[in-house]
Design a protein around this ligand. Sequence first.
Ligand code: NAD
Ligand code: DAU
Length: 351
Amino acid sequence: MKKVKTSRTERRFDSKTLLVTGGAGFIGSNFVHSMLKLYPNVRIVNLDKLTYAGNLDNLADIGCDPRHEFIRGDIRDRELVQNTFEHVQGVFHFAAETHVDRSIVDAGEFVLTDVFGTFVLLEALRRSPQVEFFVHVSTDEVYGSRDKGFFKETDPLNPSSPYAASKAGADRLAHAYFVTYGAPVVIVRPSNNYGPYQYPEKFIPLFVTNAMEDKPLPLYGKGTNVRDWLHVEDNCRAIELVARRGALGEAYNIGANDERRNIDVARRIVKLLGKSRDLIKFVPDRAGHDRRYAVNCRKLRALGWKTEIAFEEGLEKTVSWYVENESWWRKIKEQSAEFKSFYAEYYKDRK
Ligand code: NAD
Ligand code: DAU
């Protein structure tokens, strides 16, 4: 493939066919919804393996939309990926193993999906000259933890968990394909997302649904770790904008700059649900638990983005969504063997 120059020309998506990997997961499914809403003539090919975290219920309302084609498949399947790339003009790569606690128990799938899976996609990319852009969805966790200040995109990566290290590997591999082959890669590094359709193993949906069930809310350590909470709709708007206006070869941080201690979020959740704070139970800390993530988003704001959903409002909306969609999360918590077996194993020695 010929080396592409870094350019700031606006890319257009209408009448294009776009590949979304991991589009049955939390952010991916929200992204598919937002793109179909924004672009009447877009076509989305959604490639997802449907691991424990992938869920077709997340796409139920667009099941009959002719603009959306779902392919159940693995991003590590070279032939499938190459064939799929031949029909698309742009790629949004969300598919990954994503839960830090699972990566601590067993890192293997994280390396295989997040690093090797990304490699398979990048190989297909360099053999598909008609693909105009490839948005690689990385994470703010690649920088590691810092007590004060904010990470810029040019700061060195210093990941702590096997999950974050796998994502850092994929992030740099994507960049290497830009430098070496001129592959049209642009990287985004979002902070902690929350919102509808988030698998209930992650902090906010786990705490909301446990509180609804009057079950304990397992708060790691002292609950003083800090996360920068970004509503998933704000994240999706940022990713769409970076694909449209971002410079190839560049990375863009995405954060809300709305930092909260876990204990404060937990207290807010029980308050919103009218439950007692006694449900909050301090449990042994996560191994290698990053204290704080914080990113500088000046570069993204220069493209014309700002958050539209403040945390207080977003959390209230999110809690309401889990209250109104009880059947969605009960099906996972009560019927998913993956959900139950992980928790039985994880908490065995941590009571
Ligand atoms: P998720 O776990 O909810 O969804 C991941 C999706 O990827 C699932 O649908 C799963 O079936 C699919 N998948 C996994 N392995 C696959 C494979 N081998 N082939 C095809 N599909 C596969 O994840 P999420 O929270 O929506 O995160 C999406 C992306 O955003 C990930 O790359 C993650 O690292 C990144 N990210 C997430 C957050 C967050 O707060 N959730 C923040 C920053 C970055
Ligand atoms: O920062 C972006 C990252 O955010 C993404 O790249 C990851 O895919 C995503 O999982 C998330 O990672 P975190 O580890 O920050 O998210 P999690 O929801 O697992 O935990 C948020 C905080 O809450 C963290 O400090 C650990 C704490 N926690 C989490 C769980 C699941 C608890 O105290 N108790 C819990 O049961």
